[in-house]
Design a protein around this ligand. Structure first.
Ligand code: G3P
Ligand code: CA
Length: 251
């Protein structure tokens, strides 16, 4: 079976990552899904942003969690990418679910808390994400929704509130056994790994465990070819337009 091709942070090679422009651009190609990042504002709003700091947005070392949602919503989320994208709005999880959950698969990555001070806020974030995904998206599209995280504790909270949600643990490196990943592998539907850390042994382990492999980011012919040869389940790319044609040429 061909792997799914998922747009990493939207079509981030062509538009500011994690914005409506990037998601709409991704969906102009026949992708199988979109991956994006969720963080918390200071007042608990799930917002779509990747980085630990707002360096590229306002030049500061603050995190999104240092600002209220209203303060974040007043910022410009596209100018850093190019003047043509000035005025891009910050998206909330609620908006993304309403705009896209009926159109494609959504891989919702809950980022770990930026520091220890914000850990309680991020535990609340995981609970909000789980509840919002289950309650705001009609049942017929629930199967489109996945939750990803590097933090097993946040996935445990998601599963506590929504035991049927498909959860994917992002790993820092390939493991040789499932012990030590920080949670029960049976609760997961898959795991995620950066392409440069993937290897044949890890793929074999995943197959034995019945876990799907999602890898990121494959942005060249060579990486896509290797991922296809290993038989991964999901290829995330920053450049869905370029990569789509490569994958379909092989089909
Ligand atoms: O969820 C897979 C991948 O996006 C994790 O890494 O840093 O690109 O969010 P990052
Ligand atoms: Ca991500």
């Amino acid at each position: 079976m061909m792997p799914w091709l998922v747009a990493h942070r939207g079509a981030m090679a062509e538009a500011p990552e994690n914005t409506r422009s990037a998601f709409d651009r991704a969906l102009s190609f026949p992708v199988d899904g979109i991956e994006f990042d969720v963080q918390s504002s200071r007042d608990g709003m799930p917002v779509i942003f990747h980085d630990d700091t707002l360096q590229k947005i306002n030049g500061s070392r603050d995190s999104a969690a240092d600002y209220t949602f209203d303060e974040l919503a007043d910022m410009d989320w596209g100018r850093w990418f190019s003047p043509a994208h000035a005025g891009e709005k910050l998206l909330t999880l609620e908006e993304v679910l309403a705009l896209y959950a009926h159109r494609t698969r959504l891989m919702v990555e809950i980022k770990p808390a930026p520091d220890m001070m914000h850990e309680a806020l991020y535990r609340k974030l995981a609970r909000s994400v789980a509840i919002q995904m289950r309650t705001s998206v009609p049942g017929e599209f629930q199967d489109n929704l996945y939750v990803l995280s590097f933090d097993p504790e946040l996935l445990r909270i998601v599963l506590e509130h929504d035991p049927d949600r498909k959860c994917v643990l992002n790993l820092e490196h390939a493991v040789e056994t499932v012990s030590g990943i920080g949670m029960d592998a049976a609760a997961l539907c898959g795991w995620g790994l950066e392409f440069s850390r993937l290897n044949a042994d890890f793929v074999a382990l995943s197959r034995r465990c019945g876990l799907k492999i999602m890898t990121y980011s494959c942005n060249s012919r060579e990486t896509v070819e290797q991922a296809l040869q290993w038989g991964v389940d999901v290829i995330m790319t920053d450049d869905p337009g370029g990569m789509f044609s490569l994958i379909r040429q092989r089909a």
